[in-house]
Design a protein around this ligand. Structure first.
Ligand code: CTP
Ligand code: C5P
Length: 340
């Protein structure tokens, strides 16, 4: 039995395959119901048994969940049907899940044991985001390529350069998102802390589309270069102008929440300019600007977006040590040929 003033430990479990801000939002709500959030993640073997192989390996899935700022502990090997033993072993008071029913391959409610023991609480599932929806967007993206008769991952240059100039342009696929962003949601995801006087402020910018383990490793290293990390997110037309095709897969609002859920991030600039300007450096009192291992696209094929921080000698390249990219995720989805 637990002591009276002991922490309330909340158990959450799931596949956490292709982690998105819907998962993060359920963990945020779980945290509000107690003091510590412990996340149990199913192994690749367990998921394969119940619904087919996951897209991401258990190592990747564990890393993604550990990167979410409301998570205190991660346990790999949670059983598909949550047992009272697993709650007790992890010293958890109760289990929290979104208000959707999940079943085993045999059609058993995976939470029936904790429900009948009154050790189950529900949070609201985030509407408008799911792995199924994201996979659908990725498949649309590639099908379109086939229709245009170009090679599978070719960049469709004409459409993309138009997008860069037309402020009304939006990605046709992210435009189908059913998620309704609100200021309330941004406030809930934000830590609301300003930098302390004397803090070394680090700035990075990018697309951060389909937030993944490569981004996570990069942001962890970037954060270590200082005390406060600001992430600039490019708008959808800007991302499209250098990524081409129908990128980004996730729109700016969705990317904002994914990045804000990351424990290494302190602040996000919603729609950062592609070139890091004097004004931006002054405004945020930035001490160091960095970029990861991916190539730096020049603006209009000419201008180095990091020219200003380079002149000031406050630019650094970081090797995230991770080969994951948004494009690789899309490739993986296709090669898995998953039936979602
Ligand atoms: N979850 C949520 N909102 C979403 C998606 C998931 O609140 N839009 C919650 C689930 O209710 C669950 C937790 O995230 O409590 C992890 O569940 P998991 O099995 O990984 O997610 P799925 O329900 O399979 O979600 P998806 O289909 O998006 O992968
Ligand atoms: O490609 P994107 O704009 O989303 O990348 C954001 C930042 O993350 C960039 O600085 C990029 O170099 C870095 N990154 C990395 N390692 C990866 C993927 C991205 O360092 N595997």
């Amino acid at each position: 039995s637990k002591e009276k003033d002991a922490d309330v430990r909340v158990w959450c479990d799931g596949c956490y395959d292709m982690v998105h801000f819907g998962h993060a939002n359920s963990l945020r709500q779980a945290k509000a119901l107690g003091d510590k959030v412990i996340v149990g993640i199913h192994t690749d073997e367990e998921i394969t048994k119940h619904k087919g192989p996951p897209v991401f390996t258990e190592e990747e899935r564990v890393k993604m969940v550990k990167g979410i700022k409301w998570v205190d502990e991660v346990v790999l090997g949670a059983p598909y049907v949550t047992t009272l033993e697993v709650l007790d072993q992890n010293n958890c008071d109760f289990c929290v899940h979104g208000d959707d029913i999940t079943m085993t391959a045999e059609g058993v409610d995976t939470y029936h044991l904790v429900k009948s023991a009154n050790r189950y609480k529900e949070v609201k599932r985030t509407a408008g985001v799911s792995t199924t929806d994201l996979v659908g967007r990725m498949l649309l993206l590639t099908r379109n390529h086939f229709r245009q008769g170009s090679a599978e991952y070719d960049i469709e240059k004409e459409g993309s350069s138009n997008m860069g100039q037309d402020s009304a342009a939006k990605s046709p696929w992210t435009g189908c998102s059913q998620f309704l962003p609100t200021t309330q949601k941004i406030i809930q995801f934000s830590d609301g802390k300003s930098p302390n006087p004397g803090d070394k402020i680090v700035y990075v910018a990018g697309a951060f589309d389909l937030f993944h383990v490569g981004h996570l490793d990069f942001l962890e290293k970037a954060r270590k270069l200082g005390d406060y990390l600001i992430v600039g997110l490019h708008t959808d037309p800007v991302v499209n102008s250098y990524k081409g095709s129908n990128y980004p897969i996730m729109n700016l609002h969705e990317r904002v929440l994914s990045v804000l859920a990351c424990k290494f991030v302190n602040e996000v600039v919603i729609g950062a300019p592609y070139c890091v300007t004097e004004e931006l450096l002054e405004h945020f009192k930035i001490d160091v600007v960095c970029h990861g291992r991916t190539p730096i696209a020049l603006e209009n094929g000419k201008i180095d977006p990091y020219a200003v921080p380079k002149t000031r000698a406050i630019f650094e390249l970081i090797d995230s040590g991770n080969e994951m990219t948004t494009e690789r995720i899309v490739e993986r989805i296709i090669s898995h040929r998953l039936e979602y």
